[in-house]
Design a protein around this ligand. Structure first.
Ligand SMILES: *Cc1c(COP(=O)(O)O)cnc(C)c1O
Length: 408
């Protein structure tokens, strides 16, 4: 980390009001004065709270009667950093391991030192097969073709290959159709070098159908254990089912969105009162331009926003091209020096905020676009204000710098 970057992050940490600065964030250099605008290059960044992730892991396990949690961190942990999140949760005793969809990301987790189980729920390129096995990645048997591929690695490897039987009980997207599953399970369990670590499926949201899926799955597990097939540990439930169907919990639960402190759908008011999940991240940027516009001026390509009286407009250097939702211009708010201001325009690289007729905001002031400070800017509050869902951060670009704090 170069000096200017380190200094920048000290400023970030100070702005966040963090007292104990973890060395993972700051390195060992003592704080010093510097000019924010001259000396760093990040336009926006993410801050993650270890404390919040640990808290949520405990809350989710409590939702599932203390069952372990297999954390789904696909899509770069919904945009928040798969390696960062896995490193935080790797020490958590409620966490069984991590599940994701891309083989290269599974390997990246191991490279970063993640020790817990890693389940690859997707396909892999044959060229990565040996590396995946060497790194103890659990490979999903989701089709005849996938099984063939796994077997071909096993022919060239003495190592036991850990597999997971991925069963399709009705989502219709991935997995072995349940009526063929028994045959497949027998094949896998009788293969010398293959071990079944998990048997899993995914539930849909409509309750009646999800209940049928659970019945189908349980009948299959029963049939297999009668046949003497060791199916390993079982799991079915994404976030919605964890809350909606207690009998979906199986040996462990498999949430994605709950880990980051959001409920899967907007109207889970009762659930959110009962289960105190906390937002785990902040998205921040800083003011790079301040101008006073007058009546008749407009903002944006489409001239969508029309100024009706003198109005200070701030520009933040983040836009929908960076993954900030373009719908933010339809009612979202941003926190600047303790006050919420409306977002009025989102372009590919810029977002405009209306500050009103007069302002004390200065260039360089740091804005929190998403964070735990106010209900309007939590991930859920943001989704609600702009009438969108709670998974919007999934579009954050991987290149957004991420800083991990012990606590917010
Ligand atoms: C994405 C996914 C999950 C997690 O979904 P959430 O709604 O975020 O909890 C669980 N299981 C599978 C197979 C998935 O693809």
């Amino acid at each position: 980390m170069d000096t200017s970057r380190r200094k920048f992050m000290e400023q970030v940490a100070l702005a966040a009001g963090v007292v104990a600065l973890p060395s993972s964030v700051l390195g060992a250099t003592p704080a010093s004065k510097f000019n924010l605008l001259k000396e760093h290059s990040a336009d926006f960044w993410l801050e993650l709270s270890k404390e919040a992730y640990h808290k949520n892991a405990g809350v989710i396990s409590a939702m599932a009667n203390q069952k372990p949690v297999l954390a789904v961190i696909k899509n770069n942990a919904y945009g928040l950093g798969d390696v960062e999140v896995a490193k935080i949760l790797d020490s958590n005793t409620n966490i069984e391991g991590f599940a994701l969809v891309k083989a290269d990301r599974a390997l990246a987790l191991r490279k970063a030192g993640v020790k817990k189980n890693i389940l690859l729920m997707g396909d892999f390129d044959e060229s990565l097969g040996r590396d995946l096995v060497k790194n103890d990645i659990i490979l999903s048997v989701f089709s005849a073709h996938a099984l063939q591929k796994i077997k071909s690695i096993s022919n060239n490897s003495r190592k036991q290959i850990k597999t997971a039987l991925y069963i399709d009980t009705g989502l219709g997207r991935m997995g072995i159709p349940f009526n063929q599953a028994s045959k497949f399970a027998t094949k896998v369990s009788s293969s010398l070098n293959l071990t079944i670590k998990y048997t899993f499926s995914t539930l849909t949201t409509p309750k009646d159908f999800a209940k049928e899926q659970i019945k189908t799955f349980n009948a299959l597990i029963q049939e297999l254990s009668k046949k003497g097939v060791n199916v390993g540990k079982t799991h079915l439930a994404p976030s919605f089912s964890i809350l909606d169907l207690p009998n979906s919990h199986q040996d462990m639960v498999r949430p994605g969105i709950l880990i980051h402190g959001s409920f899967p759908i907007a109207d889970m008011e009762d659930e959110s009162k009962k289960w105190p999940l906390v937002p785990t991240y902040r998205l921040k940027s800083r003011v790079i331009r301040l101008e006073k516009l007058s009546a008749g001026d407009t903002i944006g390509f489409s001239r969508f926003y029309k100024v009706t009286k003198d109005e200070w407009i701030a520009t933040l250097p983040i836009g929908w091209g960076d993954g900030y939702d373009s719908g933010a211009e339809n009612g979202a708010k941003v926190l600047l020096n303790g006050t919420l201001y409306p977002v009025i325009n989102v372009n590919a690289n810029h977002t405009n905020i209306s500050l009103g007729a007069s302002t004390k905001i200065k260039i360089g002031d740091i804005a929190t676009l998403i964070g735990p400070e106010k209900p309007e800017i939590t991930p859920e509050g943001f989704g609600k204000l702009i009438k969108r869902h709670n998974y919007l951060q999934i579009n954050y670009k991987e290149s957004i710098p991420k800083f991990v704090f012990d606590a917010f």
